[in-house]
Write a new protein. Structure first.
Length: 299
């Protein structure tokens, strides 16, 4: 079971903590462009939550006497690394075992690498790691892509534009305020058909088939089009799907590599795709709605 920062330590005022970290770090897009969110910084929320899980799994949380810290992977505008700092909780009972009701640590603050609070550490924690072979991050144009369009559409029809039988308006926002659009997407990818044979609109299938083929053709000519993402311990690739307008993608297609071929796994809202990709690096592909120079965040 993954150990989240909330399992490891007491954390107060999480939304305020996210806002503080966003103001310390290099200007970056931490908000969704289209989807509803539980807080003001949903991309940063997911990034930090999963970065901590990874740091814990890779034993990259450094403990020195009464303090502990982990590397957030973020930099200040002055290129200083930012760390999350924990101190022993004032409610911790040393005579009792550590438990959800008796957590040893408390999230104290975010600290730049030069802050005095970090002087207790002989060595600061390294960055988390997500891949072993860099070639996994690049689309290989020699490999075939296996498609199961009917399965993808049947499981995700609500994510299509309204004019194709889905529930997304022309502004890119879900018109039914779908629960999956507002919540966490961690259980979304690679879902199995629930047995309900939903009728597939012909227009949706034709549009998806054409968009997938066009995106693959573009990726075969420019490897930079495919953006890597990290999902459930694996590297996947994201491709844009233009269903309505060639200047703005409606969805992102995920590709999983299986030896000598790719499997088209599912389609994601582009906000979800951006959030997944941000775990590896700040996405700089224009199609994914990346950061605009000089803007701290998206209003």
């Amino acid at each position: 079971m993954a150990t989240r920062i909330f399992d490891f330590a007491r954390v107060a005022d999480w939304d305020d903590r996210l806002a503080t970290l966003a103001s310390m770090a290099e200007p970056e897009r931490w908000k969704n462009l289209h989807l509803l969110a539980k807080n003001q910084h949903p991309v940063l929320d997911r990034y930090l939550t999963h970065t901590f899980i990874r740091a814990y799994d890779q034993q990259k949380i450094v403990i020195a006497d009464q303090v502990a810290c982990f590397n957030t992977g973020l930099l200040t505008p002055g290129q200083e690394e930012i760390f999350g700092v924990f101190t022993v909780s004032d409610t911790y009972d040393r005579a009792q075992p550590i438990s959800p009701a008796n957590k040893k640590w408390w999230l104290k603050s975010w600290a730049r690498s030069g802050d005095r609070v970090l002087t207790d550490f002989m060595e600061l924690p390294n960055l988390t790691e997500y891949w072993n072979d860099p070639k996994d991050l690049i689309f290989d144009p020699k490999l075939q892509v296996q498609l199961n369009l009917d399965h993808i559409i049947r499981d995700n029809l609500n994510r299509f534009p309204e004019e194709l039988g889905g529930k997304v308006g022309k502004d890119g926002k879900p018109t039914d305020l779908a629960e999956d659009a507002a919540g966490d997407d961690d259980d979304d990818n690679n879902v199995e058909d629930n047995g309900q044979q939903r009728q597939i609109p012909v227009a949706a299938r034709n549009a998806l088939e054409g968009a997938v083929k066009q995106s693959i053709r573009l990726a075969q000519r420019s490897y930079r089009l495919a953006v890597p993402q990290f999902y459930r311990g694996k590297i996947q690739l994201l491709l844009p799907l233009y269903l309505r307008d060639s200047s703005q993608p409606d969805l992102a297609l995920t590709l999983e590599r299986h030896g000598g071929w790719y499997r088209a796994a599912t389609i994601l809202y582009t906000d979800w795709a951006y959030s997944h990709a941000r775990l590896l690096a700040r996405p700089n592909s224009e199609w994914l709605g990346g950061f605009r120079t000089g803007v701290r965040d998206v209003d």
